[in-house]
Design a protein around this ligand. Structure first.
Ligand code: Q46
Ligand code: ZN
Length: 315
C-alpha cells in the first residue's frame, strides 16, 4: 500500500479511514488530528497551562509528547497508586520520559498521602473493587493538583477505544447521568475545578500505539493487574469484533452519540453548584467530599482492626 498523502511506501494502514501513511505523514496526520480536536472543541489555547495526567502507558505519554510538539505549555502529573511492581515501573517510565525531554513533572504518591491509602489497601479495608477505590482517589488528586498548581486545564489520554467502551457500558444500562457527562470537554462546575479534556478521544488505541512506536516513546506495556477482570475489557473486546467486521464502527458510535444524542442527557448533569468539603476544602455535594468519606472509612476500619488485634494480643 502507498501513503495516501505522498505516495511513498505506507508503513501503517488505517482501515477505519481507508488510508495508509508513511512514517513522516503519519506523525503529521496524528498531530493535525489532535490539533483539530483541541481547536474544534475549544479545549485550550497556547496561553493555557495544561496539567497532563500521565500513567506511564502509551496513550498518556503520546498525548504529552504531541502537546509538547504542538507548542503547548504542559506539566505532567503522575499519581503513584501503590499497585506493586506495576506502579514502580510506571513511575520510573514517566520520570525517565520527563527527564529525557526536560519537562516539568509533579509526582504524588497515595501511600505518602496517608496510611492505608494505596489502592490495594483501600480496596481491602473498605471491601471495594480496586478500580472503584482507584477511580475515586484519582479524581480527587487530579482535581486537587490542578487547583493547587493553578493550572487552567487537566488533560487525560483517554482514546477512542476507552470512550467507545465507556459509551457502550453507559448505554447498556442507560445511565443517564453518566451519559450526560460523557463529553471530550467538561467545564468546571466550581471555581476550584478546572476544565477537563480528552484530546485523543477520536484516535484509536492502535493509532496512539503506532504514534508512540514511531516517536520512540518508551512506555509501560503491561496493563494494571486489576484491569484484567474489568468489564471495560469485555466491552472493548466486543467493540473490536464489531470494528473488524465493519471498520469505522467505534468512531461512528462515539461521534454520532456526541452529535445526535449527548445533548438529550444534558439536564441529567445539572446537579447544581457543589459546596465545599468541610475536611479538605475541595468541591463536594454533601458535607464532605467522596474522597474524604473514603479516607474516613479507611481510618475507621483500620482503627477497628488495630483495636481487635490489640485485644487479641492481650487476651
Ligand atoms: S489503574 Fe486503577 Fe485502572 Fe488499575 S486499579 Fe483499576 S482503575 S485498572 S485505569
Ligand atoms: Zn474532602
Amino acid at each position: 500500500m502507498k501513503c495516501t498523502r505522498c505516495k511513498a511506501k505506507a508503513e501503517v494502514h488505517l482501515r477505519a479511514h481507508n488510508a495508509g501513511f508513511c512514517r513522516p505523514c503519519y506523525l503529521g496526520y496524528f498531530q493535525r488530528h489532535v490539533e483539530r480536536a483541541v481547536d474544534r472543541e475549544k479545549m485550550f489555547s497556547k496561553d493555557d497551562h495544561i496539567l497532563v495526567a500521565v500513567s506511564g502507558g502509551k496513550d498518556s505519554l503520546a498525548l504529552w509528547d504531541v502537546l509538547v510538539g504542538l507548542g503547548y505549555r504542559t506539566t505532567g502529573l503522575y499519581l503513584g497508586l501503590g499497585i506493586g511492581g506495576y506502579s514502580d515501573r510506571s513511575r520510573e517510565t514517566v520520570e525517565a520520559f520527563a527527564r529525557n525531554r526536560e519537562l516539568p513533572l509533579v509526582v504524588r504518591t497515595l501511600a505518602d498521602e496517608g496510611p492505608g491509602l494505596a489502592v490495594p489497601d483501600v480496596a481491602a479495608s473498605t471491601r471495594r473493587v480496586p478500580c472503584a477505590a482507584c477511580g475515586a482517589m484519582k479524581r480527587h488528586f487530579f482535581d486537587a493538583a490542578a487547583h493547587e498548581g493553578s493550572f487552567d486545564v487537566l488533560a487525560t489520554g483517554h482514546n477512542l477505544d476507552d470512550e467507545a467502551a465507556r459509551l457502550l457500558g453507559n448505554v447498556l444500562r442507560w445511565q443517564r447521568d453518566h451519559l450526560a457527562r460523557q463529553r471530550p470537554v467538561l467545564q468546571p462546575s466550581h471555581p476550584k475545578f478546572v476544565r477537563k479534556v480528552k484530546p485523543l478521544y477520536l484516535l484509536s488505541e492502535y493509532e496512539t500505539a503506532v504514534y508512540a512506536f514511531m516517536r520512540g516513546i518508551e512506555y509501560v506495556v503491561e496493563e494494571c493487574p486489576n484491569a484484567e477482570g474489568a468489564t471495560q475489557l469485555v466491552y472493548k473486546d466486543a467493540l473490536n469484533r464489531l470494528e473488524a467486521a465493519s471498520p469505522g464502527t467505534k468512531q461512528a458510535f462515539v461521534k454520532e452519540f456526541l452529535r445526535n444524542a449527548q445533548s438529550l442527557f444534558a439536564d441529567d448533569a445539572a446537579r447544581g453548584v457543589p459546596g465545599e468539603c468541610q475536611q479538605c476544602g475541595m468541591p463536594a455535594y454533601g458535607a464532605i467530599c467522596s474522597f474524604c468519606a473514603l479516607v474516613r472509612e479507611v481510618e475507621t476500619k483500620r482503627a477497628r482492626r488495630a483495636a481487635a488485634a490489640a485485644e487479641h494480643a492481650g487476651a
